[in-house]
Design a binder for this molecule. Structure first.
Ligand code: ADP
Ligand code: MG
Length: 275
């Protein structure tokens, strides 16, 4: 249906070629793994938010992370993006890039995009301009903000607008969008940087049922070309999209598998689903 979707199974673990451009070409995914967290621990005043957390994500996968409040889900994203330094452990991006050695800016530039819970769009700018600004902030593009867009850049913005269901809102002020539309715009802004990995923290919180469903479709479309890691509490949403589900509890992995497998896991029911 659109260029971002891929039905080519070889693109999993392969080069992730997209519209002639390879996203984050320096990343070695020859072993299929795009992200590998090994034995990550993070303490806050002696409290272990992450406790020897180990986790790996395949290239092109759509992974959902669930677990009770305080399980360490957001802290895990903070560690991947360099916002929080782990006390111990490593995070590999592909086979060779140790993210714990990079700054937040370097990690973003290497190809890891993150959406926070609260959308942060430029409310006084149009939807189109928000995407334009996001593209021009990409250091690889190196265009000045006043430079005119070329046709390829306009096409990229148009494709992204269609993907995030905002083609009809391109000229509206972003501040006038609904909560759900702002969330999509922020995802679109991330996409303008062509991240290899997208981290989404509770993307459907506060959305209507219809918006939630569309967000699920969007996540499914993005998988394959990108690796997508979604933290969510909405179990119907998770069941509808996840390739695999990881349950975090007290800073480590409690269970992992298909939605059906983790839903029937007695420990998962006890600490999370059963309540
Ligand atoms: P989740 O996203 O799964 O709800 P978090 O990663 O936000 O969990 O938090 C895990 C634990 O770490 C919680 O007990 C939280 O209070 C604590 N925590 C997170 N960030 C900080 C911080 N900056 N300082 C102190 N404690 C924190
Ligand atoms: Mg959280």
């Amino acid at each position: 249906m659109n260029a971002a979707a891929t039905s080519d199974p070889d693109s999993f673990g392969g080069g992730a070629a997209a519209g002639g451009r390879v996203l984050a070409p320096g990343v070695d995914v020859s072993h299929k793994t795009i992200l590998y967290l090994e034995d990550i621990s993070v303490s806050f005043d002696g409290f272990k938010a992450l406790n020897k957390l180990s986790l790996d994500i395949d290239d092109g996968e759509l992974r959902c992370i669930i677990g009770p409040n305080g399980a360490g889900k957001t802290t895990m994203m903070d560690v991947i993006t360099g916002k929080t330094r782990p006390d111990s452990g490593t995070v590999y991006f592909g086979q060779t890039i140790d993210l714990t050695k990079l700054t937040e800016a370097e990690i973003a530039h290497a190809g890891i995009g993150r959406k926070f819970q609260k959308p942060t769009v430029f409310e006084q700018h149009s939807v189109f301009e928000n995407l334009e600004l996001a593209m021009k902030c990409d250091k690889r593009v190196r265009a000045s903000l006043s430079a005119r867009l070329d046709t390829a850049q306009r096409d990229r913005i148009a494709d992204t607008l269609a993907l995030i269901h905002l083609a009809g809102e391109a000229d509206r002020f972003a501040g006038l969008l609904s909560h759900g539309q702002k969330q999509w715009l922020e995802i679109g802004m991330l996409l303008m940087q062509e991240p290899r990995v997208l981290l989404l923290d509770e993307p459907v919180a506060g959305m209507t049922d219809e918006e939630t469903e569309r967000t699920g479709e969007l996540c499914k479309t993005l998988a394959g070309r990108h690796s997508v890691v979604v933290v969510e509490h909405d179990m119907d949403f998770v069941a509808g999209i996840a390739h695999k589900v990881t349950v975090l509890h007290e800073g480590s992995v409690l269970a992992e598998g298909s939605m059906g497998e983790v839903q029937n896991d007695a420990r998962v029911i006890e600490v999370y689903l059963g309540r």
